[in-house]
Design a protein around this ligand. Structure first.
Ligand SMILES: Cc1cc2nc3c(=O)[nH]c(=O)nc-3n(C[C@H](O)[C@H](O)[C@H](O)COP(=O)(O)OP(=O)(O)OC[C@H]3O[C@@H](n4cnc5c(N)ncnc54)[C@H](O)[C@@H]3O)c2cc1C
Ligand code: FES
Length: 295
């Protein structure tokens, strides 16, 4: 079990033999409100609070929660609100199948289960004074938004910030108040948006994220690039960053494997000697290159 999971097990009062049953019990939570992120309504942000405030945990940027719909099942979801904002938490969820579909059909006041926080976190302590280049596509902005807000809340710890974000169409851009209003007003922070296909009102750049990134060409000097999005976008973003001169240690991403327990017990998310649910989901490209290519 990772240091993090061991600490969580201890916090949950489980025994030293590695028993993690306490970690698998969800707390009951209430959906406070739901916000549509996209024009098609396929991504929604849920603001949720635990019914027992004493059970509230403190997460770190990059960590996830297992969200359950009673009688339906569970899904691993990144916590999209920054730890600096505390509770209620925000979870941005794309309708994919049974659980996420049931969540999309749920409204304010409905009860869900929450357990967590799970996984490692972005190593922000190693990034003091560095230029931060965030690169995200579609719903991939969800975990990155938590990190961006964390870094902006500690603005003086970091250098210039560039946020490069793309979606299929203007209507698919998530977190519009953040990308259009809030983040561009932050000190030494630039937001660069692109869409695969514009519409009558879109006057911004049109094109895929990797090409847009290369065109913008953020310098790798004293920089860290953090990327999250669909696997095909990540594949080409990694190639573009390499051409821009970023080393594998300067590139951080998240792995999204199917998960079940979330605590390193069921083996569902195993790659080589790693369990993505406890050792990840955040990895540098150097760490990923040392893993067997099983994902
Ligand atoms: C670390 C981590 C963080 C995540 N964060 C978010 C988030 O912030 N917001 C969000 O909307 N989703 C997130 N996901 C994905 C989310 O967990 C899945 O979409 C969800 O479990 C699907 O459950 P379902 O019952 O609705 O779909 P199912 O009925 O189980 O499946 C529907 C379809 O989605 C595919 N699918 C299911 N899970 C995954 C997966 N993990 N990766 C790729 N394809 C999958 C299935 O193969 C199937 O084709 C995250 C996943 C992980 C592992
Ligand atoms: S989800 Fe069970 S070991 Fe990772």
């Amino acid at each position: 079990m990772s240091e993090h999971a061991t600490a969580r097990a201890a916090a949950a009062g489980s025994c030293s033999c590695g028993e993690t049953s306490g970690l698998l019990v969800p707390e009951v939570a209430t959906i406070l409100d739901v916000r549509n992120e996209t024009a098609a309504g396929d991504v929604k942000t849920f603001r949720v609070a635990l019914d027992d405030p004493a059970a509230a945990w403190v997460h770190r940027a990059g960590q996830c929660a297992m969200v359950s719909v009673f009688g339906v099942g569970e899904a691993m979801i990144s916590i999209t609100s920054s730890p600096t904002r505390g509770w209620p938490l925000e979870l941005s969820i794309k309708r994919m199948g049974r659980v996420t579909g049931a969540l999309h059909d749920a409204g304010p006041g409905e009860k869900i289960g929450l357990r967590g926080p799970y996984g490692n976190h972005f190593p922000t302590g190693d990034w003091k004074g560095k230029r931060l280049v965030f690169i995200a596509g579609g719903i991939g902005l969800a975990p990155v938004r938590c990190l961006i807000d964390y870094c902006l809340a500690h603005r003086s710890d970091f250098g210039p910030v560039d946020i490069i974000y793309g979606a299929r169409s203007p209507g698919d851009l998530c977190f519009k108040p953040d990308i259009f209003e809030r983040w561009p007003k932050e000190k030494d922070t630039r937001v660069h948006l692109t869409v695969d296909k514009g519409d009558d009102e879109w006057t911004g750049p049109v094109g895929f994220v990797p090409a847009f990134l290369e065109e913008l060409g953020p310098s790798p000097d004293n920089a860290v690039a953090i990327t999250c999005g669909p696997p095909i976008m990540i594949k080409f973003v990694l190639q573009a960053l390499g051409r821009l001169g970023y080393t594998d240690d300067q590139i951080v991403t998240t792995l999204e494997l199917k998960m079940q327990c979330g605590v390193g017990k069921c083996g569902r998310c195993n790659i080589g000697d790693k369990y993505v649910c406890v050792d990840g989901p955040v990895f540098t490209l150097s760490q990923i290159k040392k893993m067997p290519n099983e994902f």
